[in-house]
Design a protein around this ligand. Sequence first.
Ligand code: PMP
Length: 383
Amino acid sequence: IFENVPTAPEDVIFALSAAYKADTVPEKVNLGADQILVNDQSLDHEYLPILGLDSFRKASVKLILGADSKAIAEGRAGSAQCISGTGAVYTGARFLSLHYPIKGATCYISKPTWANHRAIFEGVGIPVKEYPYWDPVSRGLDLKGMLATMEEAPNGSIFLMHPCAHNPTGVDPTPDQWKQIADALEAKGHFTFFDTAYQGFASGSLDKDAYSVRYFAERGFEMFIAQSYSKNFGLYSERAGNLTIVARTPEIKKSIESQIAKIQRAVISNPPAYGARVVSTVLNDEKLYSEWEDNLSTMANRIIDMRKAVFEELTRLGTPGTWDHIVSQIGMFSFTGLTTPQVKVMKEKYHIYLTDNGRISMAGLNTGNCKYFASAVDDVVRN
Ligand code: PMP
């Protein structure tokens, strides 16, 4: 029956991790992956409710919208615990494919973005187009292009955006630029879908990193926010995530949650408990929360220090080209500007693993390997 099913290509990110693991050279550097936090918690093995652990859901909504959120106070903010950020994007997308009132509406994603965005939306039958985001000349945000696409898109299109630490570029809009983006979306009645996988990683402050989402909520936007705890809790394999729903009224919120429960029941039945328990324990304990935020701030500052160290070393070496973007970009990722052939040399000659589009995970750099990395960049750029 299935003899005509073609073999799908391997996922490039997972293939990169496998290549790194298999490499036996001691100097190898993994700029693709991150380490996993271990947390011991006692477990039971009962099912969670279909929409997940209540204390986790409530705390997740509060984390992204803020303790003083109007949407929470007015009972308009709902949620569903999902299979991490990926599951939250999927669940929101699946809901839109069934219940979004504008049939055939297109979802616009940033160019570039995390590859799964296109796959998820197309997978649920929503057409996908791109809006300009990365300007290769300025190595910054193409705000003009982004706004123009929002203006030209048919009314009521869906716009998927990263609230902070944009993956893969590390380029985020400023508060003034967010205002212009919100104006453009509002004028055309577009639907906002935020995907946040790095809250706490950009500035080190959980509140600051939620700026865009809270600003949109304050302005009264109805929206979905997919949240991942893979990075900020190091819970990658535990699949802890949440879909926050900001609706116009408490009644609409309830209806959306009920439909999402129906979707969830048919796909995963109910979400996994362990990661949600870890997150809920920390988010609902003042002392643990502040310790966690300190840890995130240490992490964010370490990344900022590594950016400076790489920039200084490239400047010292006189590496051809401009490298200011390494320090101006935000969060875990940096779009180096290295080309695919240069990345190939990085891997083959220097055993440094990064994605073919030149994206590195700053978390993989440390004081012991950043000079090695900079000298390899210097070599591949010159040759
Ligand atoms: N969204 C973005 C933008 C991401 O970068 C990631 C992780 N790479 C995710 C969502 C989801 O990750 P996870 O499913 O592990 O939470």
